[in-house]
Write a protein that binds this ligand. Structure first.
Ligand code: SF4
Length: 258
């Protein structure tokens, strides 16, 4: 699979995003190798200012990245994609965190009615998806792309970590995303599950309520999309279990179809 990021050419980028040469990007990634994510977040806030947004699924460990970024920019816009198939616990958790930390959450919804979409697309059992790529394309990626077009950020903070998948292991902390037409910044890329746990404990940050039930990576509610896992399992193994699919598509440059 091709890396999702290319270096920008001066005429390829808008939103003021082409402010680094490839050499400068390389220097930044060298500088950030082993740096603390909080320092990367501060750099992003100082560098991009109002042009900065972050995405969050309000999943198991999402409060780690959110806490780091609101420390640097308290009102950073937090894009939350609502597919129509999220767990009620996720919606409740998002709302609880939004109020407790005064978060600037921008919730974008699928255009589709969740029940009608299943009926029209030959999905008779709401607990399963026969065609996960079609569902992710219609209800997650379309929403994400629409939101990013409207927000038109200069840079996007994302919570990916290198150990989560082969695709993510090839990412750099600072990359240019042609899909979003903005810089993609990944402060937590090099962090382990343990480091995140310790940070959350130190700052008394809550996990998603289903985390204690073995849901360590939480997406949508069909059992084909999110399952609890055992202590020894890979942390992403509960997502689309049994399928080759490892990404919803948001972190790929051409959507869910690849
Ligand atoms: S994760 Fe599952 S329910 Fe959610 S959009 Fe993708 S296929 Fe649909």
């Amino acid at each position: 699979m091709a890396n999702n990021v290319d270096q920008p050419t001066v005429d390829a980028a808008v939103n003021g995003a082409a402010r680094f040469t490839p050499e400068e990007v390389e220097n930044l990634n060298t500088r950030f190798a082993g740096a603390h994510p909080v320092d990367m977040g501060r750099w992003a806030a100082e560098t991009f200012g109002r042009g900065l947004v972050m995405t969050s699924s309000f999943g198991a460990e999402s409060m780690c990245a959110i806490h780091m970024m609101i420390s640097a920019m308290p009102d950073i816009p937090i894009l939350f994609v609502n597919t129509g198939y999220l767990f009620p616990q996720t919606l409740a958790f998002m709302e609880q965190m939004r109020r407790r930390y005064n978060l600037n959450v921008l919730e974008y919804h699928t255009f589709n009615d969740p029940v009608v979409w299943l009926t029209v697309n030959g999905e008779p059992d709401p607990r399963r998806r026969n065609n996960v790529d079609a569902c992710c394309a219609a209800n997650k990626n379309e929403v994400f792309d629409r939101a990013m077009r409207e927000l038109a950020p200069a840079a996007w903070i994302r919570g990916v970590r290198a150990h989560q998948s082969d695709h993510r292991s090839k990412m750099k902390v600072v990359e240019y995303s042609r899909r979003v037409n903005a810089w993609a910044i990944s402060p937590l890329l090099g962090w382990s599950h343990r480091q995140i746990f310790d940070y959350m404990k130190q700052h008394q940050l809550p996990h998603h309520p289903m985390w204690e039930l073995g849901y360590v990576s939480i997406g949508c509610n069909p059992e084909t999309c999110t399952r609890p896992i055992g202590m020894e399992d890979d942390h992403r193994s509960g997502r689309w279990a049994g399928l080759d699919k490892k990404e919803c598509g948001i972190h790929l440059d051409q959507g869910a179809g690849i």
